[in-house]
Write a protein that binds this ligand. Structure first.
Ligand code: ADP
Ligand code: MG
Length: 325
């Protein structure tokens, strides 16, 4: 199939956003926004670096890549509206597999009424998928990671460790791929960015926010450093699926604290806004859990402590932890 035919096959029949003036089909796309700020982000996924076709079907490569991008928009408090896809295609890839990548992206995009407005197609040795998401964001409701304040509550949505557990099951032939654990595999393949929840929180002026792409150790340190505060969390409060307990304590710890790719939202909010935040969570069917609090940090170093088994451990960026009595 020629590049031209391929582009034609993925071209949307109509656009869902009234702001899309020109999508696919000319030299560039045009969007018309008059009152809102524009938010944009890009992420690239490369075969055998970010995913392997051994564990991931083409459909899920597309789905996950777009989900990761949308999650970044959610972590700023934005609403995704359109996306562009730059793809490097090895000649070994079939037309059907490529179509599946786009189907995966489309399934998620439809949920948010996002338009595919352009991209680029080239051939190369390894499949590489680079997605740019564009969205809108309310001027005074941007959720920076630098806005945590003393005495804030630290919260996280959903459950942690699911995606890492799912990947473990997919990678280890010894683990039975039984129906019982299908939940973890699904969460790995089709993570749900928390767009609806954060867009329901507009009554709250200040939320500091990050999304869980690298694991909460890293994400918490990013908030603590950017806000120049100390964060203290309680390991026993970190929410996880009951079936995660089927695996060793070490695995559970590793998946929950440094597993990542759950694409949950992690942030801090004033205790005065906690009830309001819970209402927004309820309205959007989002689980939300209080896992710690923010302290003033005299040295402004952005330290994160975790209470675990009666001890206080300092969380390190890699997810590796030191013990401190
Ligand atoms: P140009 O030579 O002007 O860059 P292209 O032939 O690369 O044009 O692209 C033609 C149209 O198709 C453009 O609107 C472009 O954004 C879109 N397009 C190209 N490749 C992709 C792709 N992989 N996914 C989505 N849109 C694409
Ligand atoms: Mg081009």
């Amino acid at each position: 199939m020629e590049e031209f035919d391929f582009i034609k096959s993925i071209q949307p029949k109509y656009y869902q956003q009234s702001t899309t003036i020109k999508g696919i089909g000319d030299d560039a796309a045009i969007l018309r926004h008059t009152n809102e700020d524009i938010i944009t982000t890009v992420d690239t996924m490369v075969e055998n670096v970010h995913f392997s076709t051994k564990t991931t079907e083409p459909f899920h490569i597309g789905y996950r890549a777009l989900a990761a991008n949308i999650s970044d928009i959610a972590a700023m408090g934005g609403k995704p509206t359109s996306y562009l896809v730059s793809i490097v295609i090895p000649t070994s890839w079939s037309q059907e597999s490529l179509q599946q990548i786009y189907n995966g992206m489309q399934q998620l995009a439809r949920r948010y009424r996002m338009d595919l407005i352009g991209g680029d197609t080239v051939s190369g040795k390894q499949l590489s998928l680079s997605i740019t998401v564009i969205g809108t964001i309310r001027r005074n409701k941007v959720r920076y990671r630098s806005s945590a304040l003393e005495d804030d509550i630290v919260f996280v949505t959903g459950q942690l460790g699911d995606s890492a557990c799912g990947l473990h099951i997919l990678l280890n032939k010894d683990e039975p791929i039984c129906d019982k654990y299908q939940y973890f595999i699904d969460r790995h393949r089709m993570p749900e960015p928390r767009v609806n929840f954060i867009n329901e929180c507009t009554a709250i002026d200040r939320i500091s926010l990050n999304d869980v792409s690298d694991g909460i150790a890293n994400e918490l340190i990013e908030i603590a450093e950017a806000s120049r505060k100390t964060i203290v969390i309680d390991y026993d409060k970190v929410p996880s699926h009951p079936l995660l307990e089927d695996f060793s304590e070490e695995m559970q710890f590793d998946w929950k604290i440094s597993g990542g790719e759950d694409f949950e939202l992690l942030g801090t909010v004033s205790s005065h806004n906690w009830e309001q935040l819970k209402i927004s969570a309820d309205k959007t069917g989002t689980a939300i859990t209080k896992i710690g609090f923010v302290k003033e940090d005299t040295y402004k170093k952005g330290i994160v402590w975790m209470q675990h088994n009666g001890q206080r451990k300092r969380l390190e960026k890699s997810g590796y932890t030191h013990l401190r009595r």
